[in-house]
Write a protein that binds this ligand. Structure first.
Ligand code: NAG
Ligand code: NAG
Ligand code: NAG
Ligand code: NAG
Length: 484
């Protein structure tokens, strides 16, 4: 049998078996959102190791971050992938067309780095680009997909992030799928992170999320995060606006990826850092730090290592949370009057909102434990207001779509010692204050829930209006002292 015929045959067999197999990529990986560290946001494409020996993209940097991930306690909290981004490659492939790491900056090669990290109990991720060149101008994978999948597997890489610069987004359905097949043929379980939908959305092509979910463990939907609150806010807004389109595609083994955590760097305040961490937990987002792990101030490290919040992110049900409420702020009204207007508008449903900037929002993520028809929930009360006062907010659990007659145990995940509401019935008002550009992050855990449900997802809770639709929450009680 010629090689060509053989390949066609394999392809047909795969096609048939994939049709039989059903919908999701089935490599057994990323059953909860992957957690780790990724170099791009903090270290970019710094290749000048003479001037910046500690910050340039080099094996030294990744070894050091691997050591710090363990010694600074991140690994113990669940972070495990150390991921190389763009600019690690030599400018040319070798004489056989094989990609190679820059020999000056990676003198021992990628396999040796993988070995080093594996000995520490960590995993190695690496960057490739489905295009003629990477975004920074290094060799792309176009024309080499099979060879490159083989190289990644030979080097014992555990995770690949495949970017999409310098290629036609219309051809990505084919290209990313093809590379995924070769990854699978390699026999090594490798997490597959795709930038495919982000490039298509940018071009105005509606991504085929069914195909993406069949192919990738995670995928970027939107722009790169930058080290600023404006950037983090625009990402959160985007995921809120688009949630009906793709929140449903998230689940164990396949995740929407809003990009890295920028916590601990220069651009986010403490409140804003808490907000990003809470929201990435709500969104069931991959938790990829991008910061100098040796220089994270204590209070920021506490955010990154908050076990209760990581547990929300890593919840085994793997349901992406949704925005269930967004306030309205018509631009022409001063804020106080606007506040009273929100009150009236909320009675008519939130679709009347005109302003979308300085909103107050509520986000909810169904989590375990589950009890019969009821989920537990993580609830994020988020304020994008910048006018300098904490925003008072009052709602009953019932208002938020939580109906278990046995009530819930409420915990503030940023104030674990503050047991404000140990057990709350669904009609009790919860009064909180959210700081400007901040968050209050609560967990509402079901009372007396059995934690040992083997497969809670199969018992789909029926009476949970807030999982589906932000228009279903309609009766918030705003307290009279709405502005303090
Ligand atoms: C390849 O795909 C098959 C079918 O989905 C799956 O059972 C297997 O675990 C995959 N192997 C790897 C290494 O990803
Ligand atoms: C999307 O992808 C799925 C799975 O690959 C395929 O069955 C379906 O036809 C595609 N939809 C469109 C609109 O191309
Ligand atoms: C859900 O539960 C609430 C409170 O018990 C009840 O008022 C409502 O009718 C229920 N909705 C559905 C769809 O069963
Ligand atoms: C949300 O509710 C609106 C109004 O009832 C409805 O048109 C829309 O289809 C719903 N979306 C989902 C995802 O249920």
């Amino acid at each position: 049998m010629s090689l060509k015929v053989f390949r066609v045959l394999i392809f047909l067999i795969l096609l048939v078996s994939s049709i039989k197999r059903g919908t999701c990529l089935n490599n057994g990986l990323a059953l909860t959102p992957p957690m780790g560290w990724l170099s791009w946001q903090r270290y970019r494409c710094n290749v000048d190791c003479t001037t910046y020996p500690d910050e340039c993209i080099s094996e030294k940097l990744y070894r050091k971050m691997g050591e710090l991930m363990v010694s600074e306690g991140y690994h113990a909290k669940g972070y495990q992938y150390i991921i190389i981004d763009d600019c690690w490659l030599a400018k040319e492939r070798d004489k056989d067309g094989k990609m190679q790491a820059d020999p000056d900056r990676f003198p021992n090669g990628i396999k040796s780095l993988a070995d080093f990290l594996h000995k520490k109990g960590l995993k190695l991720g690496i960057y490739g680009n489905y295009g003629t060149e990477t975004c920074a101008g290094y060799p792309g994978m176009m024309g080499h997909v099979q060879q490159d999948a083989k190289s990644f597997s030979e080097w014992e890489v555990d995770y690949v992030k495949i970017d999409g610069c310098n290629s036609d987004p219309a051809c990505m359905d084919r290209g990313y799928t093809e590379f995924g097949r070769y990854l699978n043929y390699s026999g090594r379980p490798i997490v597959y992170s795709c930038s495919w939908p982000a490039y298509q959305e940018e071009e105005g092509i509606a991504p085929n999320y069914t195909a993406i979910m069949n192919t990738c463990n995670l995928w970027r939907n939107y722009q790169d995060v930058q080290d600023s609150f404006q950037s983090v806010k625009s990402i959160i807004k985007y995921y809120g606006e688009q949630q009906d389109i793709y929140a449903k595609f998230a689940g164990p083994g396949h995740w929407n990826d809003p990009d890295m955590l920028v916590i601990g760097n220069f651009g986010l305040s403490l409140e804003q850092s808490k907000l990003q961490m809470a929201m990435w937990a709500i969104l069931a987002a991959p938790l990829m730090m991008s910061v100098d792990l040796g220089n994270v101030k204590k209070e920021f490290k506490e955010i990154l290592q908050n076990e209760a919040i990581i547990a929300v992110n890593q919840d085994p049900l793997g349901i992406q949370g949704r925005r269930i409420y967004k306030s309205c702020q018509p631009a022409f009204l001063p804020s106080i009057e606007a506040g009273f207007l929100w009150n009236q508008l909320s009675a008519n449903g939130i679709m009347r909102c005109q302003g979308t900037e300085n909103t107050v929002e509520v986000w909810a993520k169904p989590i375990a434990p589950v009890d019969g028809n009821y989920y537990s929930y993580a609830l994020a009360f988020v304020s994008f207001r910048t006018d300098g006062v904490p925003y008072a907010f009052s709602a009953t659990l019932e208002d938020l779509g939580l109906y278990s007659p046995k009530g819930y145990i409420i915990q503030d995940l940023y104030e674990p010692n503050d047991i404000g509401f140990p057990v709350v019935g669904v009609e009790t008002a919860i009064n909180i204050k959210v700081n400007p550009t901040g968050v209050v992050f609560l967990r509402a855990k079901l009372q007396n829930a059995k934690c040992s449900k083997k497969n809670p997802k199969s018992e789909h809770p029926k009476n949970q209006t807030s999982t589906g639709n932000q228009t279903t929450v309609h009766k918030f009680q705003f307290s009279p002292d709405i502005f303090v």
